[in-house]
Design a protein around this ligand. Structure first.
Ligand code: MN
Length: 448
């Protein structure tokens, strides 16, 4: 181990020094920056956000892009016109239908590109601002483009990291006395999901068919469209190439391998889930669809919102022991909008309620030597807060249908009806800046 002498004579590990130096160069986060593009005061996408996504234009051109206010920025065009000169990038890095290669380039490249975009759109920089021809090629209004999946998701894992959620679900599915199983406080519990059904916000979701528990007095299972269709209010993080087969990611390096986060609705059919989940866990009750918000907000953009995760009951094993603030203060909200009706907000939660942090999840995921690739997606698990108005699923909010929720249009819900639209939102806010994720939206269509 190489030890460096840091500030005030404090000893620093080589990695910490590298991280400290990199940290100093996130100039894109400067809260005093203003853009020459118009940004509404309450926008999720000020110049300090600079998220990454993939969009298709009206001319059917697919490109990697970013967003400021309600403008989409074509990074492929910016690159071709020379605006990234001096940053080592391949010619076609942004002319792709996913961000996987860019993500695989690593954190140093993400930082250089994000900082450069911030400079290009800085109010005092006239280079692009005063070049009408270039602007025409680079800048689109958001209503002129369609957002696609930002990454090609190779593998998708979903965790189960909110203690409140695990306690509520354990009470409802099993036994209120022993709601939290003994392993839960020691392991970031997770399962491997299907990446093939991860869809971008706005894609409709078909109510799934499946087997359900036999009715009382019968020994034949039910079969038909799910009657207990639910959402799960989650976030998901997206990784870079992190380790090779047989190697693990040490916890103090874990965040280096996280590119950013999206909102994540892990649609769940509770009746299918209840019948199938013992002994191997979730399967078809979850794998029919998971909706993500289309803009990946980088971990760098979220840096000012770092906060403590809940105090852990047991001291974690050494490979899970994380120093410093392990979480982020991200406000989460979920609403239902009936067809032709007004939306009703069902819950307000926060990412910081997660008991296990992203770094702990990634360290745990790789402790057995399982490789993590660029573009892999890790769901947080449903994020329920401590109070009844902060639960992250209908299962918990209505206590499995016992307490229906009254919507603004006078109808009630125990679970999600056909033609309902589920809307999730997420944002961070301090006295200087608001960094948000936009919306994660999905409308339920009747079973086929
Ligand atoms: Mn889930």
């Amino acid at each position: 181990m190489i030890i460096f002498q840091g500030e005030n004579g404090k000893k620093m590990h080589k990695f910490d020094l590298k991280y400290k130096n990199q940290k100093m160069i996130i100039t894109a986060n400067n809260p005093n920056r203003k853009s020459w593009l118009n940004v509404n005061k309450d926008s999720d996408f000020p110049i300090q956000n600079i998220p990454f996504g993939v969009f298709i234009t009206k001319e059917d051109i697919i490109t990697i892009g970013s967003r400021i206010g309600d403008f989409a920025i074509d990074l492929g065009a910016l690159h071709q016109l020379g605006y990234f000169n001096g940053i080592p990038l391949t010619d076609d890095i942004f002319l792709q239908d996913n961000l996987n290669d860019f993500i695989a380039d690593g954190r140093k490249t993400w930082r250089l590109v994000r900082n450069r975009i911030a400079d290009i759109f800085e109010v005092t920089n006239g280079k692009l601002r005063d070049n009408a021809t270039h602007k025409e090629h680079i800048i689109f209004r958001m209503d002129e483009v369609e957002m696609l999946l930002p990454v090609s998701v190779g593998d998708y894992t979903d965790f189960y990291a909110s203690k409140e959620h695990a306690t509520n679900v354990g009470s409802l599915f099993r036994d209120p006395e022993n709601a939290l199983l003994p392993n839960w406080l020691h392991i970031p519990i997770g399962y491997h999901g299907r990446s093939s059904s991860i869809i971008p916000s706005g894609t409709p979701v078909r109510r799934p068919y499946g087997q359900t528990k036999p009715a009382e007095g019968s020994n034949t299972p039910g079969f038909g469209p799910s009657k207990l269709l639910d959402f799960e209010l989650e976030m998901a993080f997206i990784t870079t190439d992190a380790n090779t087969l047989g190697d693990r990611i040490p916890i103090h390096e874990a965040e280096e391998h996280i590119f950013g986060l999206v909102q994540f609705n892990d649609w769940s059919a509770r009746d299918i889930q209840a019948w199938e989940y013992v002994p191997l866990g979730p399967f078809l009750g979850k794998s029919f669809a998971s909706t993500i918000s289309p803009w990946i907000v980088t971990l760098d953009a979220l840096a000012p919102f770092r906060t403590n995760n809940p105090k852990q009951v047991h001291t974690p094993l050494p490979y899970l022991k994380q120093e410093g603030k392990g979480s982020y203060d991200i406000h989460l909200q979920v609403a239902i909008q009936p067809e032709n009706g007004e939306e009703t907000i069902l819950s307000n939660s926060n990412f910081k309620y997660m008991y296990w942090t992203m770094a702990q999840q990634l360290a745990h995921h790789t402790v057995n030597g399982c490789p993590v690739e660029a573009g892999d997606m890790m769901g947080s698990g449903t994020i329920s807060g401590p109070t009844k108005d902060s639960y992250g699923s209908m299962l918990e909010l209505t206590w499995r249908g016992q307490n229906p929720i009254l919507l603004k249009d006078g109808t009630t819900r125990t679970f999600i009806n056909d033609h309902d639209t589920v809307i999730m939102r997420a944002h961070c806010k301090n006295e200087h800046v608001r960094i948000g994720f936009g919306e994660c939206v999905g409308k339920v269509l009747p079973a086929k």
